[in-house]
Design a protein around this ligand. Structure first.
Ligand code: G1P
Length: 288
């Protein structure tokens, strides 16, 4: 079985739910406590053994590429002023040379189309990860690692990370159907993108980490437009499920949906507490 080495990160979305903050700034670069949202996703991926990150970008997203590169003037200034901690924090964010690739999704045709744009950077027999950067997943063990472990444990099945959906919100997500529920890892029997209210097959929604076989690409190429008029990854996966096993994993940890204003607020508070402990708790208590 091939090791999962690469992750595809679709970052072309406009972030309309968090406007006006995302008018000029890429939503993936919004600050969550003291670093961009994407920084948490890369850390999670690295902790899962991901060695190469493939960003599917779009217009107005150059800041992502610049963030993962040297900033010579700033580094020289910090060095000159002896600000060693700030310099170290800056350098710690840098990728190894060649650890990142960028491909452009030229039209916003949907998540399935975005993933398909990365097809030439994944080998035909290479399982790969997909990480949706809207979601910060905070856990003792990297959630992406939990998904890759599940992929290995199931002998190479496709893995979709899921979690219970808040009451009445299933129609906004991809929802899975299970072949019975026993523990956190269960075989799937179906999935549907944005089911009309009241038709969802379970209360488990697809929350943004996947391990997929490269066979998905040829199916995405033929996937017609689905929910919202977009080419949906869920529809491509449903097609792949006709010939390959899919398991849903309820990972252990907490998800913060940063594509949403209140989710972004929760993430800020939670990441500040995770980084600074009582100093951050005191600030929050003071406000309340
Ligand atoms: C996408 C996926 C959906 C998933 C969701 C998680 O939808 O298509 O299956 O549940 O992300 O945030 P989007 O948020 O792009 O509408």
């Amino acid at each position: 079985m091939k090791r999962v080495r690469k992750a595809v990160l679709p970052v072309a979305g406009l972030g309309t739910r968090v406007l006006p903050g995302t008018k000029i700034t890429a939503k993936e670069m919004l600050n969550v406590f003291d670093r961009p949202l994407l920084s948490y996703i890369i850390a999670e991926g690295r902790a899962a053994g991901i060695e190469h990150f493939i960003f599917v970008t779009g217009r107005g997203k150059q800041s992502i590429e610049d963030y993962f590169d040297h900033h010579p003037e700033m580094e020289a200034q910090l060095e000159k002023k002896g600000k060693t901690e700030a310099l170290a924090a800056l350098l710690a964010e840098l990728p190894k040379p060649g650890e990142m690739s960028f491909v452009r999704q030229m039209q916003p045709l949907g998540l399935g189309h975005a993933v398909w744009c990365a097809r030439d950077l994944i080998a035909p027999d290479e399982p790969f990860a997909v990480m949706l950067p809207d979601m910060i997943m905070h856990a003792a063990v990297s959630p992406m690692k939990q998904a890759i472990d599940a992929h290995e444990k199931t002998g190479g099945a496709n893995i979709v990370v899921v979690e219970p959906c808040p009451e009445g919100q299933a129609h906004q997500y991809g929802i899975v159907a299970l072949d019975g529920q026993n523990g956190r890892l269960n075989r799937m029997t179906g999935m549907v993108e944005k089911p009309p209210k009241g038709t969802e097959p379970s209360n488990l929604f697809i929350s943004g980490r996947y391990v997929l076989s490269a066979d998905i690409f040829s199916l995405l190429e033929k996937t017609p437009r689905g929910a919202g008029g977009e080419i949906q990854l869920t529809d491509g996966m449903a097609e792949l499920m006709k010939t390959q096993a899919f398991h849903a994993l309820e990972y252990e940890g907490t998800t913060y949906d940063c594509g949403d204003r209140m989710g972004l607020l929760r993430a800020n508070v939670a990441m500040a507490i995770a980084a600074e402990g009582d100093a951050a708790r005191d600030v929050v208590r003071g406000l309340l």
